[in-house]
Design a protein around this ligand. Structure first.
Ligand SMILES: Nc1ncnc2c1ncn2[C@@H]1O[C@H](COP(=O)(O)OP(=O)(O)OP(=O)(O)O)[C@@H](O)[C@H]1O
Ligand SMILES: [Mg+2]
Length: 371
């Protein structure tokens, strides 16, 4: 997939801006607070319906304006996709794909595929389980409508049940409603666990290759899915659903006592091992970053495999966080993938790796192509 053209109206610090992107590497260069990340944010919204930094659309409306508009034209092979997103305080969110209105913003998922990579992604290995779950959810929601649906249902159920558990026994219908919620949680949670397990197994294979490459065959990685039950081979959705229901039934008193939902994929983690050791505690900073890089490149390959098309990679301020050899490793992994990079560093601009890149200068809400 290639992004051809992005148009912004009253989005963040942009009054009006149109940008035509090149097919391979695009560098947005400028000082701090000029609007580089805002461009990536707008691109990302057209693929996921969500901003990577806020859940509040109003925050993205240019100060003093009524609402914003983002239009994007992308191509993959012969297919052209036009995504239009509008928002105003009065009318709320509005999305169109190829001129056809979508009921909800999340319905645009699956039209475009983008991966957002920032210094926070580099911290995924040492970060919290929540960060790793978020990584998986963003990836899976882009490629699976079933996953997205089950995740939305499941999260709502966790919210309702947590509230009821917190309020305690005196809550009306408490004992009747929880088993009903549990049955639904088991159904959706079972599906989530099943899809996560299959995905992690595949990512694991890709990641092993990447780690061998980056460490010159010296190191071996493993991704292990940790959920509410053992991940046996051939397990299907029903297996996970049954296990989850049993866990919740047996642990009901404990959940009531603590006032929390204790079992299910909202507590999952992905263990990342290097040479058999937990990388969160055992690896050097550099090794952790290599693992994060390898994970992102594995994600790229996995999306390519599932969708039969390459995603667009958005790199926000990442290059200057990487040393020379990791920069080279990353760029070598990206041939044939359209990449949009932001940087404040003019050394990056002059780097041999980026000789053929398309360059743009960003100054206070204006993007100009550099010749
Ligand atoms: N709703 C808004 N209306 C107007 N301006 C906004 C709005 N939201 C953010 N901004 C402005 O956008 C600018 C920040 O843009 P952005 O985050 O894209 O900067 P950047 O170029 O990526 O900088 P850095 O290099 O520091 O990451 C800030 O000046 C901020 O005040
Ligand atoms: Mg920025």
């Amino acid at each position: 997939m290639r992004v051809e053209r992005l148009e912004l109206k009253n989005f963040r610090n942009y009054a009006y801006q149109s940008i035509e992107f090149g097919d391979s590497i695009n560098i947005l260069y400028g000082e701090n607070a000029q609007g580089k990340t805002n461009v990536l944010e707008a691109l990302y919204i057209t693929a996921t319906g969500k901003s990577q930094r806020t859940s509040n659309y109003q925050e993205m409306v240019r100060t003093g304006c009524e609402g914003f508009e983002i239009s994007l034209r992308a191509v993959s092979g012969e297919r052209i996709s036009q995504v239009d997103i509008r928002y105003s305080r009065e009318k709320g969110k509005y999305a169109e794909v190829n001129g056809i209105r979508r009921d909800r913003i999340s319905d645009i998922l699956g039209t475009l595929n983008m991966i957002f990579f920032s210094p926070e992604t580099l911290d995924i290995v040492k970060g919290s389980p929540q960060q790793r779950r978020k990584f998986l959810d963003i990836l899976l929601c882009q490629v699976s409508k079933n996953y997205l649906y089950s995740l939305q249902q499941y999260n709502q159920l966790v919210k309702n049940k947590s509230l009821a558990l917190k309020k305690g026994r005196n809550e009306r219908k408490y004992d009747e409603i929880i088993p009903i919620w549990n049955a639904n949680m088991a159904k959706h949670g079972g599906r989530i666990a099943y899809i996560r397990d299959r995905t992690i197994k595949r990512l694991n294979q890709y990641m092993k290759e990447e780690i061998r490459r980056i460490s010159r065959q010296r190191e071996e990685s493993d991704l292990i899915y940790r959920t509410f039950t053992d991940c046996i081979n051939d397990a299907d959705e029903a297996y996970y659903a049954e296990k989850l229901e049993i866990r919740m039934r047996e642990g009901m008193n404990k959940e009531k006592e603590l006032g929390q939902c204790l079992y299910g994929p909202h507590r999952d983690d992905v263990e990342i091992l290097l040479n058999g050791m937990n990388s969160r505690h055992y690896c050097s900073q550099g090794q952790q970053r290599s693992l994060a890089l390898a994970l992102v490149l594995s994600e790229l390959k996995w999306i390519e495999e599932i969708r039969g098309d390459t995603p667009v990679l958005l790199l926000d301020d990442v290059m200057s966080e990487l040393d020379q050899s990791r920069q080279e490793y990353l760029m070598k992994g990206l041939s044939g993938i359209q990449t949009i990079i932001t940087t404040t560093d003019d050394h990056i601009m002059g780097h041999g790796l980026f000789e053929k890149a398309d360059r743009y200068r960003v100054i206070s809400g204006t993007v100009t192509r550099m010749i």
